[in-house]
Design a protein around this ligand. Structure first.
Ligand SMILES: [Zn+2]
Length: 292
C-alpha cells in the first residue's frame, strides 16, 4: 500500500508473534493459502471487476485504485491468496478436516463491492468463501458476522437480497464508509454504534440483535469478518472493545454454531491497525475458537 499505510505487512507479524508467545501457535494446524481462481471470485464479483483488478496490477511501482487502496507488484497474488484462504478453510471445515478456521490474511475484503475495490480491499474474501459454501458445497443458508469497526459495505452490497445469506454486523456510525444505517435489504441486521461505545453495549447488541436473527435464520455455517479495529487502543476509530470482548463474542458465536451449524465457523481477518492490540485480540479470538 506504500510506506506509512496502516494496512501493512507488520500486522500479520504482530499476530504471528503473539500466537507464538501465548503458546497457542503450537496447538494449531497451519495451512498455506492457495490462489483463488477467477470462477470463485466471480461468485461474489462482476467479471469486469475481477478483470480490472488483474489488468491494473503493476509490473513495477504502485497504482492507486482509490485514494486509500493501492497495488504494488505483489498485491494481486496476496489478494488471490487472501480469497483462496477462505475457500480452503471452508473446504477443510465442510470436509471435517478442521472443526473451524481462522484465516490470517491481508489485504482485507469487506469493503470490496460486487463491482469495485475500495478501503484497502480488492476481493471480498468472506463473501467469496460464503458463496463457495453455497454454490460448491450445496449449503442452503449461511450467515456472515462482521464486527470490524467499519461498516462492511462491500459485503452488504454483495449479500443484499440473497435470501440464502444473512449478514449481521456492528460498526461505528457515522464513520467511514458512511453507510449501513439504512440496510439495503431485509437479510441484513445492521447495528450502528456511536463513537465511544464500550464492550457492555456491544455485548448487548450481540445478545439482543444478532443472536435472535441468527436463530431465526438457522444458518448451516458461520463466516466471521473479524476486524479488530474497534479495539480501545486502535486510533483508526473510536470504539472501546478489548480482548475480553473479542473472546466473549467468539465464544457466543462458536456456541451458536455448535448447537445450530455442527460447529462450522470460518473466520477471516479484516481490519485492526494497532499492532499490539491486534496481536492480543486475534490470540483471544483464536483461543476461543480452539476452546483452549
Ligand atoms: Zn475496519
Amino acid at each position: 500500500m506504500g510506506s506509512h499505510h496502516p494496512e501493512c505487512p507488520d500486522r500479520l507479524c504482530a499476530i504471528q508473534d503473539r500466537l507464538i508467545a501465548s503458546g497457542l501457535d503450537i496447538c494449531l494446524a497451519h495451512h498455506d493459502a492457495p490462489l483463488a481462481g477467477v470462477e470463485a471470485l466471480e461468485r461474489a464479483h462482476s467479471a469486469a471487476h475481477v478483470r480490472q483488478v488483474f489488468d491494473q496490477s503493476p509490473a513495477s511501482g504502485i497504482v492507486h485504485l482509490d485514494p486509500d487502496t493501492a497495488m504494488c507488484p505483489g498485491t494481486l497474488r496476496a489478494a488471490l491468496r487472501a480469497a483462496g484462504a477462505g475457500i480452503h478453510a471452508t473446504d477443510l471445515v465442510l470436509s471435517g478436516q478442521a472443526s473451524n478456521a481462522f484465516c490470517a490474511v491481508r489485504p482485507p475484503g469487506h469493503h470490496a463491492e460486487f463491482g469495485r475495490a475500495m478501503g484497502f480491499c480488492f476481493f471480498n474474501n468472506i463473501a467469496v468463501a460464503a458463496r463457495h459454501a453455497l454454490e460448491v458445497h450445496g449449503l442452503e443458508r449461511v450467515a456472515i458476522i462482521d464486527f470490524d469497526v467499519h461498516h462492511g459495505n462491500g459485503t452488504e452490497n454483495i449479500v443484499a437480497g440473497d435470501e440464502r445469506m444473512l449478514m449481521v454486523s456492528i460498526f461505528q456510525h457515522p464513520f467511514y464508509p458512511y453507510s449501513g444505517d439504512k440496510p439495503l435489504a431485509g437479510n441484513l441486521c445492521n447495528v450502528p454504534l456511536p463513537a465511544g461505545t464500550r464492550g457492555e453495549a456491544f455485548r448487548e447488541a450481540v445478545s439482543t440483535r444478532w443472536l435472535p436473527r441468527l436463530q431465526e435464520f438457522a444458518p448451516q455455517m458461520l463466516f466471521i469478518s473479524a476486524g479488530f479495529d474497534a479495539h480501545y487502543e486502535d486510533d483508526m476509530a473510536s470504539l472501546g472493545l478489548v480482548e475480553a470482548d473479542y473472546a466473549w463474542v467468539t465464544t457466543q458465536l462458536l456456541k451458536f454454531a455448535q448447537v445450530h451449524c455442527q460447529g462450522r465457523v470460518v473466520s477471516m481477518l479484516e481490519g485492526g491497525y494497532a499492532l499490539s492490540a491486534l496481536g492480543r485480540s486475534v490470540t483471544e479470538h483464536v483461543r476461543a475458537l480452539a476452546e483452549l
